[in-house]
Ligand binder design. Structure first.
Ligand code: THU
Length: 122
């Protein structure tokens, strides 16, 4: 999954931040979907790699995500922003959701619960 995230990060559209990110989600079906960040001259319209990957999964009929891997060539241990954590929470599988990042020496695995404690849910 980290390799797929690295591959898709090469397609990131980041003329403003120059900070490419790639993400790969693994769904309960066993299928994986990738996404990269894409920015806009109206900066607030930027879409993160994580939400792009989640949107692609949902567009393909997925509702339950087991894990997400995130890669940026510019930063070790690139964890999802607060907005993406909340969006991930919406689609976490019954067994929860693991967040996988690339570190200097290897990888790190968090649970979404660790990254988003006491979260809002309806
Ligand atoms: N970004 C992501 O795509 N995912 C993250 O986890 C952190 C931030 C993007 C948004 C923006 O295009 C650039 O990285 C710098 O914030």
């Amino acid at each position: 999954m980290l390799q797929l995230a690295e591959q898709v990060s090469k397609n990131a559209y980041v003329p403003y931040s120059k900070f490419p990110v790639g993400a790969c989600v693994l769904c309960e079906s066993g299928n994986t979907y990738t996404g990269c960040n894409f920015e806009n001259s109206s900066f607030g319209l930027t879409i993160c790699a994580e939400r792009n990957a989640i949107g692609t999964a949902v567009a393909n009929g997925e509702k339950k995500i087991k894990a997400i891997a995130i890669f940026s060539p510019n930063m070790a241990n690139c964890t999802p922003c607060g907005a993406c954590r909340q969006v991930l929470n919406e689609f976490k599988s019954g067994e929860g959701l693991d967040v996988i990042t690339k570190t200097e020496g290897g990888m790190r695995v968090y649970t979404l619960n660790e990254l988003l404690p006491e979260c809002f849910e309806l």
